[in-house]
Design a protein around this ligand. Structure first.
Ligand SMILES: NC(=O)c1ccc[n+]([C@@H]2O[C@H](COP(=O)([O-])OP(=O)(O)OC[C@H]3O[C@@H](n4cnc5c(N)ncnc54)[C@H](O)[C@@H]3O)[C@@H](O)[C@H]2O)c1
Length: 248
């Protein structure tokens, strides 16, 4: 094993699947997570360091103790409705937390960053399918924090040569083929687990006067794209869309 990756938020839903994927590729994994929304039991691969992105000293100690070939940033708050009620909290975790991470990384070799952004940066779709040329006009604090973090990444590349890719995905779904981990959030706000638990939820979404069925992105596709992105980051920061298939 010669490559080592930091996975912030690796005890969460997508992060844990990514860690399993990386470990299967014989890539060393260090998980950094405050276990606020994630679970230690899901951080089964690599080393778990419990800490908070809002704590610069914890991040300094993390980078001083390990050499990272890449950083995958998935840690943060993720519930849109909560972000509307508590914008300060969302900016604190998602913007300040990401800034602290980038600052620590820049001081320790500026490893490339794969950032879990969100399709929420686009706001209400002006056309579909959304492509990367679509205007970014987020309509809630969650989407705004992702957009600000993307901008910071671009600034860090100019200042520190820290390359990055932002993946603007949405509605991750599914479980690991190993059966060891699956779709799980705390609290569970996502559609499929709640439907499986028998919670009655409206599934019809309206967008620009058009009723759509809710598309999903398989969590294994996010894992493989994150790994590929880390390997392919060129000298310029880029935004990488993800192919999305509409669910039937
Ligand atoms: N789930 C989706 O459909 C989806 C879609 C688009 C983007 N994303 C993004 O992907 C990432 C992962 O999403 P998820 O569904 O796995 O969510 P999740 O809540 O399961 O994982 C987030 C993890 O971040 C940790 N965390 C939160 N704040 C932290 C902090 N300040 N310091 C350290 N750790 C912290 C939590 O404990 C949790 O383990 C998020 O950034 C989210 O915005 C998710």
């Amino acid at each position: 094993m010669n490559r080592n990756v930091l996975v912030c938020g690796g005890a969460g839903y997508i992060g844990s699947h990514l860690c399993e994927w990386l470990a299967a590729e014989d890539i060393g994994v260090v998980v950094f997570d405050n276990l606020d929304g994630g679970m230690a039991a899901q951080a089964r691969w690599g080393t778990l360091v419990t800490g908070d992105l809002r704590d610069p000293r914890a991040l300094e100690a993390l980078f001083a103790a390990h050499r990272f070939d890449a950083v995958m940033q998935l840690a943060g708050r993720i519930v849109v409705s909560e972000s509307v009620r508590d914008p300060a909290g969302y900016h604190e975790h998602n913007v300040v937390g990401t800034r602290n991470l980038l600052r620590a990384g820049a001081a320790h070799g500026a490893p490339p960053v794969v950032f879990s952004s969100s399709a929420a940066v686009y706001g209400d779709p002006q056309y579909t399918p959304i492509d990367e040329a679509h205007p970014c006009v987020p309509v809630n604090p969650y989407g705004a924090t992702k957009m600000i973090a993307e901008r910071m990444l671009a600034d860090f590349e100019v200042a520190h040569g820290m390359r990055s890719v932002s993946l603007r995905y949405f509605n991750a779904a599914g479980a690991s083929a190993s059966g060891l981990i699956g779709e799980s959030h705390r609290p569970e706000t996502h559609l499929i687990p709640n439907v499986l638990r028998g919670h009655a939820m409206a599934v019809r979404l309206t967008s620009s006067a058009m009723t759509i069925r809710r598309p999903t992105v398989p969590v294994c596709a996010i894992s493989s794209t994150s790994q590929t992105s880390a390997g392919r980051i060129s000298r310029r920061s880029r935004t990488c869309g993800m192919a999305v298939r509409r669910s039937r």
